[in-house]
Design a binder for this molecule. Structure first.
Ligand code: THU
Length: 132
């Protein structure tokens, strides 16, 4: 079991959040994946005038992780909302592609409220490659 440096991950996720391109929703999200070699991959949400092209912070962080040939050990999310928000359904499916069912995902508001789940809690009965 890895000792996850959540504080450091949240700090990096907050920096990513500050880079979000979210002029439409104004909902800025930062996400950081701690990878199996100890490196991190960060992402922010990137919106578009063609709204449906928006990519969430979590999936943008997955892109960097894949580019590095790494696997996820933990995911930290920072949002500026009343309560910590879990990843959307699309991001859950994408995270489940790479993470163990026990992959921990923690979300924190800018004011410091934290919530924590595993990917299996967020996406029970995931569709995975084992069905193919
Ligand atoms: N968003 C994320 O970046 N991650 C999530 O898990 C939920 C939603 C973004 C997408 C959009 O830019 C904004 O938040 C509002 O939905």
């Amino acid at each position: 079991m890895v000792d996850v440096p959540w504080e450091q991950l949240f700090e990096a996720a907050e920096l990513a959040r500050q880079r979000a391109h979210a002029p439409y929703s104004k909902f800025h999200v930062g996400a950081v994946i701690l990878c199996d070699d100890g490196s991190i991959s960060a992402g922010c949400n990137v919106e578009n005038a063609s709204y449906g092209l928006t990519v969430c912070a979590e999936r943008n962080a997955v892109g960097g992780m894949v580019l590095g040939g790494k696997k996820p050990v933990a995911v930290a999310i920072v949002v500026d909302s009343r309560e910590p928000t879990p990843p959307c359904g699309m991001c859950r499916q994408v995270l489940a592609e790479f993470g163990a069912p026990t992959l921990p995902i923690s979300s924190r508001t800018v004011s410091g409220t934290v919530a924590k789940w595993t990917i299996a809690e967020l996406l029970p009965h995931a569709f995975t490659r084992s069905f193919l």
